[in-house]
Design a protein around this ligand. Structure first.
Ligand SMILES: Cc1ncc(C[n+]2csc(CCOP(=O)(O)OP(=O)(O)O)c2C)c(N)n1
Ligand SMILES: [Mg+2]
Length: 387
């Protein structure tokens, strides 16, 4: 798919565009993507091991030898978006610990390559919807980090006026439909978004994200059936982080190759190394093209990992420290980009430090905003009620 480089502009409001239109850019890239050059990746780039990708059934698993290379500009764009999510989530974790954030808070740390790579393959008119682990999904499409953080702290300037919290944020302008606390609910809703797009004749693909646990929910299969029957433009992105709360996939699922769960409905699927942003983007391009061209739904099973507990209140005793440590040390999606940039002499340590500094400034600004914003007025108790 021919795609223009990041433009530095903010995503247009609800504008429907064709496949060739500009990709959506995250908040940090929107601010600074102009500085990246378009030097192409050197052929010396080390193939990254795909140890975590389990070959099973007829799923296609990309291997080190066929990893698509990124240009310098793409590596920087991916790095900035993933770092924004990582630093934002670290700050949210700290603020939760300080009592500034209440209620549920599910961090996305470790899974950053998934939304980042999919976003690089999508366009502004596409919609997205996910579960409660949603901060990264909002940041990557350019929703304001200040508004997201202020919602986490329950303040009036939050994206839901401080009344939704971590799991309940939306933006019609960005075509982001939540933020859903009911496991699997977003699959039916995301299928509905695809139905609406097709019914209205819009050139929009529904990017519907859900977890490995949600993949066992009944409504997922009702949705698959209708999506294939009506050839709806939806990409189902299963973020398989190996656990549903404290239950591993192996303990809960009769079949663990989730990419093949659409077989009865004739929906194609792929298992993807979800820790390598290049492979994620590559697979997402294939899937989105398929959905956009009228072929119907496509399933991408992203093999990923969450470093933190299920939510802030989970001590994560169901897995060993070594398991988490080895993922962090060997498969970290951000560190892999950093190492590639250095190894290919596409960036110096100083340049990489400057990127991190810029991202930290955005996050600090968001945190300051979120703690200075007022709490909602008591009269707000009587607004936005559907009953
Ligand atoms: C219908 C429903 N059942 C149970 C729950 C409780 N619950 C919240 S998160 C969760 C685990 C889901 O895991 P997964 O789909 O793998 O997503 P992840 O948390 O790993 O991102 C469960 C069972 C719920 N919110 N909704
Ligand atoms: Mg999971």
């Amino acid at each position: 798919m021919a795609r223009k480089p990041s433009t530095g502009s903010k995503p247009a409001k609800s504008k429907l565009v064709k496949a060739e239109a500009a990709p959506r850019t995250g908040a940090v890239n929107a601010a600074s993507s102009k500085t990246a050059s378009s030097k192409t990746a050197s052929s010396k780039a080390k193939p990254v091991s795909t140890k975590t990708a389990r070959a099973a059934g007829s799923a296609s698993v990309s291997t080190g030898s066929n990893v698509p290379q990124f240009s310098r500009e793409q590596e920087f764009a991916a790095l900035k978006d993933m770092l924004l999510i990582r630093r934002f989530e670290e700050k949210a974790g700290q603020m939760y610990g300080m009592g500034l954030i209440g209620g549920f808070c599910h961090l996305y740390i470790g899974q950053e390559a998934v939304v980042t790579g999919v976003n690089m393959a999508s366009t502004e008119g596409d919609s997205s919807i996910t579960g409660y682990r949603d901060h990264g999904h909002m940041l990557v499409i350019g929703m304001d980090p200040k508004g997201v953080m202020a919602e986490l702290t329950g303040r009036a300037d939050g994206l839901s006026g401080g009344k939704g919290g971590s799991m309940h944020m939306f933006s019609a302008d960005h075509r982001f439909y939540g933020g859903n606390g009911i496991v699997g609910a977003q699959v039916s809703l995301g299928t509905g978004l695809a139905f609406a797009a097709k019914y209205r004749g819009e050139d929009s693909v529904s990017l519907t994200y859900f977890g490995d646990g949600a993949a066992n929910q009944g409504q997922v299969y009702e949705s698959f059936n209708m999506a294939r029957l009506w050839r709806l433009p939806v990409v189902y992105i299963i973020e398989n982080n190996k656990y549903a709360m404290g239950t591993s996939l192996e303990r809960a699922a009769a079949t663990t190759n989730l990419s093949q769960r659409g077989r009865s409905f004739d929906i194609p699927g792929e298992q993807v190394d979800g820790m390598d942003v290049r492979l994620v983007k590559d697979a997402a391009e294939r899937a989105i093209k398929h959905a956009r061209s009228g072929e119907g739904p496509y399933i991408l099973e992203m093999l990923t990992y969450r470093y933190r507990g299920h939510s802030m209140s989970d001590p994560a005793k169901y897995r060993s420290r070594e398991e988490v440590q080895s993922m962090r040390a060997e498969r970290d999606p951000i560190e892999m980009v950093r190492q590639r940039l250095l190894a290919n002499k596409m960036a110096s340590e100083e340049e990489l430090k400057a990127v991190d500094k810029g991202v930290r400034e955005v996050v600090t600004e968001a945190a300051d905003f979120a703690t200075q914003s007022p709490v909602p007025d008591p009269s707000e108790l009587w607004t936005d009620i559907v009953a």
